[in-house]
Ligand binder design. Sequence first.
Ligand SMILES: Cc1cc2nc3c(=O)[nH]c(=O)nc-3n(C[C@H](O)[C@H](O)[C@H](O)COP(=O)(O)O)c2cc1C
Length: 325
Amino acid sequence: MFIGSVEINGYAALAPMAGVADRAFRQICADFGAAYTVSEMVSSKGLCYGDRKSRELMVLDPEAGPSAIQLFGDDPEYMAKAAREALTFHPDILDINFGCPAPKIVNNHCGSALLQEPHLCEQIVKAVKEAVPIPVTAKIRKGFHRGDDVAVEVARACEAGGADAITVHGRTRDQMYAPPNDRECIARVKAAVKVPVIANGDIVTAADAAAMYEETGCDLVMIGRGALGAPWIFTEIHALLHEGRTLPAPPLSRRMAVLYRQTELAAKLKGEKVALLEARKHAAWYMRGLKGAAGYRTAAGTISTLEELARLCARVIEENENTAV
Ligand SMILES: Cc1cc2nc3c(=O)[nH]c(=O)nc-3n(C[C@H](O)[C@H](O)[C@H](O)COP(=O)(O)O)c2cc1C
């Protein structure tokens, strides 16, 4: 499929996840076949005021394949200025966040708060679109309040503003991440707009991805939490959808090797201290479901060097060699 002029080769994209889907994780997911990755969300106002952290979030890796920088903000002018700034980091696509449910974002009239103002969404998309020569996309939710169903209206507004694709997460803001994820809502958006629709929410297996395609008619699926500690989900989806094959779960030694590789890469990019602090949560995800996982989580909570991580991985493999699934 194409997002504007950008070809997306594959079946599944990695969702933007602030504090989690950093450069190292995005690179690992791309290695496993993620067709497209999106940066952690970046504050348009932060960028306009020269915030260093906001700029760091926009660094992309050309080897990671098609990549978007995601911006959030409620002021079309700031968003346009931020979009021009983002261009200096050479994204293929700019994505606009109309879905974040976090109180600190919503209380600032950003993220999913804007779902209540489709006309403003349209103006923001239009301003960004006019500011940059690359495709612009919008990521939305079903609505703000429980019971809202404004996705079609907001998607149409974004399309009218010039959006080249719409990503839909079938939950309202009030639901946060609680079930259900409404696939029918995503299907209605797909039927209502001409631009490609990317379907998001609760895909944790290749079969879930297949069901999402079938039930929504979407053009691409996007995976968030299902990729945490399991970036091989992209290979599994490709195997199922391209070849009809169900891949076995990777052996534990491989899972631990990927955790180590991801952390090593993160250490190169942000230094061992920060990378290892952040690796603690990733380690817990990679060790999910193992016998003794709670103990490993506690152990992972104390690691601060790559060497300690290597020792923990070796211990996990040794203790689970015959029992791991
Ligand atoms: C830790 C975390 C951080 C997230 N950060 C962002 C973000 O920066 N921008 C965004 O649009 N969505 C963000 N999301 C939402 C995801 O992109 C996705 O829409 C949501 O998790 C539902 O998909 P899933 O069920 O596959 O996880 C975040 C989700 C999580 C769990």
